[in-house]
Design a protein around this ligand. Structure first.
Ligand SMILES: [Zn+2]
Ligand SMILES: [Zn+2]
Length: 196
């Protein structure tokens, strides 16, 4: 695996700036991969073994994507909008999965470690490099049910919504009263937009 500094350089480039969230995300992902024993930069088999769930849409998530190589467009990155700095790394060949979450106490710890720095981001950027894994994260072995259509390489049928006529991939359809519907047509609560 690359070093923390090498990953941080990559993350800075991908994300547009270096921030405390990047440092936290890189370390979180490095710890997850180390626990699983996967190096996505190594053999190509290793790259295809990994699926990552992220639980926040902030800076740290970009860093997790950089370190793992998991992308939304490859169906290897899954987003759950839970507002937590946490991610679960799944080895799809063995079924082993580990969830890593940033400890809430890390911010206070950063302030205590670097009171000489006034800027909170700089305080945390420095401290998040220095704090031990145990003080920074909780590690939890978990089980993740991953149905076939959630796997990166899965190719399934594509069908058409009876109401709007748009195509739907990979079993995302809803069947109701013998009709095949997309999620937007089947349930307005699911829909994030209203047609004008
Ligand atoms: Zn950022
Ligand atoms: Zn529809």
């Amino acid at each position: 695996m690359k070093s923390l500094d090498e990953y941080l350089r990559d993350a800075e480039q991908a994300h547009g700036h270096l921030c405390a969230g990047q440092v936290l995300g890189v370390r979180l992902a490095m710890l997850g991969l180390a626990r699983l024993g996967i190096d996505p930069r190594g053999k190509s088999e290793d790259r295809k073994r990994l699926v990552t769930f992220v639980e926040i849409d902030r800076c740290a998530t970009d860093a997790v994507a950089v370190v793992t190589g998991c992308r939304l467009g490859k169906r290897a990155l899954k987003f759950r909008d839970w507002g937590k700095v946490a991610a679960t790394f799944v080895d799809v060949t063995t079924g082993k999965a580990v969830r890593i979450a940033a400890k809430e106490s890390s911010k206070t710890l950063a302030r205590q470690m670097h009171p000489e720095l006034e800027d909170k981001n700089r305080q945390q950027m420095l401290a998040y490099r220095e704090i031990s894994d145990d003080d920074l994260f909780t590690v939890q072995w978990v089980k993740v049910e991953l149905p076939p259509e959630e796997f990166p390489g899965y190719k399934g049928e594509r069908i058409v919504c009876a109401a709007c006529g748009e195509g739907i991939n990979f079993r995302r359809e809803v069947r109701r009263d013998g009709k095949i519907l997309c999620r937007a047509c089947a349930n307005s609560d699911d829909r994030y937009y209203e047609p004008l």
